[in-house]
Design a protein around this ligand. Sequence first.
Ligand SMILES: [Zn+2]
Length: 109
Amino acid sequence: VSATALDELEAEARARFEAAERELSAIRLARSTDNADDEHDPEGSTLSSDWSRAVGMRDDARTRLAEIDAARERVAAGSYGICERCGRPIPAARLEVRPTATTCVACAR
Ligand SMILES: [Zn+2]
């Protein structure tokens, strides 16, 4: 993998993480300025489904960032592209699609 490919992935994941954080702050703000009883607030359920979607997006992005970090460590350690289950090389085509893959296709199943 090239460092550039990981940088691009990281920038993308970071942008998604930040977008999710912004959305969460906006929802938090909307909740705190809203004095209505949550249970009778028709917007309450919308807020909470937006909230869980944004939390999901933030957690996905965080996982991606951790995977990218781990991929960088493997590059540094010289173990990048080696399946961590069977020790065989991960096919280049798979790494192109998933640069953070840690296992070959067979082991991923
Ligand atoms: Zn394998």
